[in-house]
Every structure is written in C-alpha cells, then in structure tokens.
Design a protein around this ligand. Structure first.
Ligand SMILES: [Zn+2]
Length: 219
C-alpha cells in the first residue's frame, strides 16, 4: 500500500491517494483540489502512475475536504463514502464557503454511508473505518491493518488537535475520542492528518501540548 499526499486549497488541506501497488486501485481521501492547477496536478499523478480510483472517502464534510468531490466523482465515475452523521456539513458547505469567500463547487451528497468497523477494500489492501467524533459529529478515521498507518482527518494534528468551535464540534467528545481511539493505537502508528505534517501516536502522546494537558490528571 502506498500513500501520496497533496496540499491543496487556501486551507492547506491534505488530500491523500492511497493505492495498492499491484492492482493500482486507489482510494482518494478528502479531495480538496479547488483550483484548476491543483486538479491538473492530481490528475497527472493518477495518469503517470497508472492509478485506478475506486472511491472517494471523506473523513468529514467540511468544505476544504469535499470541494473537489464533484470533479473527482465525475471524472472517474466513482462513489463518495462518508458517515451519515456528516450530512448537515455537506448541506451547509456552500453557505460556509460564501462566508469565507472560498471558491467552492458544491459536493454531491455521499453515495454510500460508512460506519465503525466497515472495510474499504482496494486490490489486496484495505482500510478500516473508525468513528472518531469531536471535531464534527460524524468524523471518521481510516486505519490500515497491514501497515501501521491511520488517516485522522481533523481529529489530531502534529502538536495540536482539531477545533471544536464549528457546528457539531464538542471538546469533551474529542478528548474521549483521542484517548480511546487514537492513543490506544501502537506508538509507531503513523498519523496522516488533514493538515500539517505527519507524525506518530507515540510522538503526540509525548509532545502534543493539548494531549499532555488532557492526560495530566492521569499522570
Ligand atoms: Zn474540518
């Protein structure tokens, strides 16, 4: 399984191509390419490496993570997978985009809902869905059982955690999620977040100031 990342749009959102090396089947996580030049970059990469996109997976429905859903869906004729608790975010995204003055092509509603424990198979690889709410009500993370890798969307970042001041955000829930779903993964697990640099579970448990703070009572 290979991971290719792209930094797209004014929010510096990270879009991931996750592909099976043999079959070239590819899952596209959070397509955020909203400029023509960005769309050209991802399409060229897909063509150059002979990748075969099979699905779009959205970790959550915030505008910077779904603004290229329509383009990718139409181009490759593939489905959008998301958690059903995120529907309000898809519906609100255009209004929020207007507010930010963010160029936004409205996303189609998800074609298929995914929930805790579901598997997304591509070639000989797969990703397992983990519900990780707190940043939004229906945020999901994706775990690779074959490699120690987790895609967390905006749940956790290197040195930070997801914001909880947007609709559906809840700090207590986010803390519970991070403690129970992220920090319980093996220390070596690589975290690929929706923004910023990649890190590991062990590194964040040790150095992330927000996590240090939330673990203080337990030390
Ligand atoms: Zn977000």
């Amino acid at each position: 399984m290979k991971v290719q990342k792209f930094i797209f749009n004014d929010f510096r959102e990270i879009t991931y191509l996750v592909y099976d090396e043999k079959s070239r089947e590819t899952v596209i996580i959070d397509p955020g390419c909203n400029k023509d030049s960005e769309r050209k970059r991802i399409v060229e990469y897909i063509e150059k490496y002979g990748l075969k996109p099979i699905a779009i997976v959205n970790t959550h429905g915030h505008l910077d993570h779904i603004c290229c859903n329509k383009f990718i869906k139409d181009k490759y004729n593939i489905e959008i997978l998301s958690n059903d608790k995120e529907l309000d975010n898809y519906k609100m995204a255009a209004t929020v985009a207007d507010f930010y003055g963010f160029p936004f092509e409205e996303s189609p509603m998800p074609d298929k809902f995914i929930k805790e424990g579901d598997e997304i198979a591509f070639g000989n690889s797969k990703l397992i869905v983990f519900e990780t709410s707190g940043h939004t009500v229906g945020s999901i993370s994706l775990i690779s059982p074959e490699k120690e890798i987790v895609f967390t969307g905006d749940v956790i970042f290197q040195g930070s955690i997801g914001r909880t001041d947007l609709p559906g955000g809840d700090l207590d829930v986010l803390i519970k999620t991070i403690k129970e779903k992220i920090l319980t993964l093996p220390d070596e697990t690589i975290i690929f977040s929706g923004h910023g640099y990649e890190t590991t579970v062990g590194e964040e448990a040790k150095n992330n100031p927000f996590i240090r703070e939330m673990l203080k009572d337990e030390d």
